[in-house]
Design a protein around this ligand. Structure first.
Ligand SMILES: [Zn+2]
Length: 76
């Protein structure tokens, strides 16, 4: 699709690193599937991916994680 941010690039399937911060916790998800703009580098996630990211961040926060780097897995 055409990138809605820069309106020039085309997005391509790829994987990105997504850092999330909340309540003093920092968690970094690696290899998150995304559509990445070849022009500006903006990454777009499907709703299911975003929902899984937020859910896993909440689970980590509930487990007392303060900082973590993990590989993203949708089925976790
Ligand atoms: Zn773009």
């Amino acid at each position: 699709m055409k990138c809605p941010i820069c309106r020039h690039g085309e997005t391509r399937p790829g994987a990105v690193t997504v850092p999330l911060e909340r309540d003093g916790m920092t968690i970094v998800f690696r290899e998150v599937p995304a559509l990445v703009c070849e022009n500006c580098g903006e990454a777009f996630h499907e709703e299911t991916v975003t929902a899984a990211l937020l859910k896993q961040a909440e689970q980590a926060a509930a487990a007392g994680v303060e900082i973590d780097v993990r590989r993203f897995a949708v089925a976790a």
